[in-house]
Design a protein around this ligand. Structure first.
Ligand SMILES: Nc1nc2c(c(=O)[nH]1)N[C@H]1C(S)=C(S)[C@@H](COP(=O)(O)O)O[C@H]1N2
Ligand SMILES: [Mo]
Length: 320
């Protein structure tokens, strides 16, 4: 009989939490022992060390309003998730695997200036600062459902521009079939990137048809203002018909390719996280059902919708 010993990354996202929390807590205590007073002084620079809550941490991004028209074509028949709840329950493994601590660890992360490279199989490759790129795009606000593979969900107002606009700007060659996206790599700003266990930087991919779908947004804001760092500032993807891990945060590069790109979670656990990752209540994750979801904040349980409710926009993409 074969006995399978799971590797660290085969632990589901939601069960990773206590283990990694334990590891980081132990390291923290060791550091305190070594560095003592020095560590305490450093900590005093952080908002949370002074006992400030996420409301306080959010003030900086809330002050940077974005004036973008609301697009009424995307109606969600549900309550908006509370902004503070959404900003204090995040998956951003570059910082920590503990969802309610991400906002406490993003202080050092520098999101400005932010260069983004768009290249590969395109006629007009470019490397631009995000502030210049955004001037060329038309920002709008859209309320979308968002569904994590771990079965929690939220409804939030994103601000961004259709990825289609960017694709048209760079003009893919006919050989381009996919887009591959990368997150930043800065171990000095993102503590988990110092750990060799995961294949940083985070990487994701879409087909060109998916990238050009009406729903696909490159997002720079939420709740009327710039993205707080914990949501993937200064620019992230949002593909609302797919599980949350496809919506890659803090993007530095978008490359057009002829071959299907590998993806972060698919590389780690191919039988659990596939390239497509389309929300589907009838296909359980190998270790849990996807039939239901839990709304963060209210705890309301509801049934999962096929393609997260976006069937009319995307079903045609997957007809064989
Ligand atoms: N770079 C990067 N992008 C990422 C992740 C991550 O760990 N790193 N987590 C993904 C997962 S699993 C989810 S559910 C969403 C969470 O987005 P939110 O924190 O804004 O709700 O971000 C996705 N994008
Ligand atoms: Mo997720």
């Amino acid at each position: 009989m074969l006995i399978k010993i799971p590797k660290g990354w085969e632990i589901p996202e939601n069960q990773v939490t206590p283990e990694s929390d334990y590891v980081s807590r132990r390291k923290f205590i060791q550091n305190m022992g070594l560095a003592g007073a020095g560590a305490l002084t450093l900590m005093n620079g952080c908002a949370w060390a002074k006992g400030k809550g996420v409301e306080e941490q959010l003030k900086d991004s809330q002050a940077q309003k974005i004036d973008a028209p609301h697009n009424e074509n995307f109606v969600v028949n549900a309550e908006l998730t509370d902004e503070v709840v959404a900003a204090s329950y995040n998956n951003f493994y570059e910082f920590t695997t503990t969802k309610d601590r991400v906002w406490k660890l993003v202080d050092k992360f520098q999101t400005r200036p932010w260069e983004i490279e768009v290249g590969g199989l395109v006629e007009n490759p470019m490397t631009v600062d995000l502030s210049d790129l955004v001037k060329k795009m038309s920002l709008e606000e859209r309320i979308y459902r968002f569904r994590c593979v771990e079965a929690w969900a939220m409804v939030v107002p994103w601000i961004g521009f259709p990825m289609k606009e960017l694709v048209n700007l760079v003009q893919p060659k006919s050989s381009a079939k996919y887009v591959k996206m990368l997150t930043f790599l800065r171990p000095n700003e993102a503590p988990q990137q110092k750990q060799g266990r995961l294949p940083w930087p985070y990487f994701e991919g879409l087909t060109i048809e998916e990238a050009m779908n009406d729903l696909t947004l490159l997002v720079t804001g939420i709740y009327g203002h710039v993205l707080p760092k914990q949501h993937g500032a200064p620019i992230r993807l949002v593909v609302p018909w797919k599980y949350g891990f496809k919506s890659i945060k803090s993007i530095v590069s978008i490359e057009f390719t002829s071959r299907k790109p590998r993806t972060f979670w698919n590389t780690l656990a191919p039988r659990e996280y596939d390239f497509w990752a389309n929300v589907n209540p009838t296909v359980p994750h190998p270790r849990w059902s996807q039939a239901m979801e839990r709304m963060i904040g209210t705890g309301e349980r509801r049934s999962t919708d096929m393609f997260n409710g976006y069937q009319s926009y995307v079903t045609h993409l997957y007809k064989t």
